[in-house]
Design a protein around this ligand. Structure first.
Ligand code: GAR
Length: 188
């Protein structure tokens, strides 16, 4: 049995997709959802899915108690799915090579502090990029700079708005994120 924790801050469409993808797989369990936002719709999704939800404030999240709690859950992979806080060093050290993030752009472009969600797509359109994509990468102590595991690209047309780009990215995320997680869990 592989045990995952999913960290969220927002809508939770990736959380939903990952949960649906593994719903019929008896070898994968989402043991908890960690949310840093009491108003995130992802929290409701976790409740609907019957997954224990852990709401954290910044102090708790950065404490050794939180790291110890994650360790005690015997987690194989921590998945950041639209989670917007930097991960504390103690958690990175407790889970070496076992924390991954999805970013809605082709890193190293459009990454780093402040580049999240819609801000990324607005910057991509403003720069008249001809393509964008997703990056799934290991998490280190800096935003969006760990080793890249997977990227997928999509063409941007001249008339695409940031919302159009967001829709295209959403499709790529839904298609690829669970598969990449599965491959990492089972080292395919
Ligand atoms: C996703 O597009 C994800 O790539 C992005 O936030 C969105 C979360 O959507 N992540 C970042 O921008 C991280 N820097 P969701 O809550 O519906 O899964």
């Amino acid at each position: 049995m592989k045990r995952i924790a999913i960290f969220v801050s927002g809508g939770g469409t990736n959380l939903q997709r990952i949960a649906d993808y593994f719903a019929s797989n008896r070898e994968v369990e989402i043991v908890c959802v960690v949310s840093n936002n009491k108003d995130a719709y992802a929290n409701q999704r976790a409740k609907n899915l019957g997954i224990p939800l852990l709401l954290v404030d910044k102090e708790t999240f950065n404490s050794s108690k939180f790291t110890a709690r994650m360790v005690s859950l015997d987690i194989d992979l921590i998945v950041l799915a639209g989670f917007l806080w930097l991960i504390p060093q103690s958690l990175i050290e407790a889970f070496p090579g076992k924390i991954i993030n999805i970013h809605p752009a082709l890193l190293p472009k459009y990454g780093g502090k402040g580049f999240y969600g819609h801000h990324v797509h607005e910057a991509v359109v403003a720069a008249h990029e001809k393509e964008s994509g997703i990056t799934i990468h290991y998490v280190n102590e800096k935003y969006d700079s760990g080793d890249i595991i997977f990227q997928a690209k999509v063409a941007i047309s001249r008339n695409d708005s940031p919302d159009d780009v967001a829709d295209k990215i959403h499709v790529l995320e839904q298609m690829n994120f669970p598969v990449v997680i599965e491959n990492l869990l089972f080292e395919k």
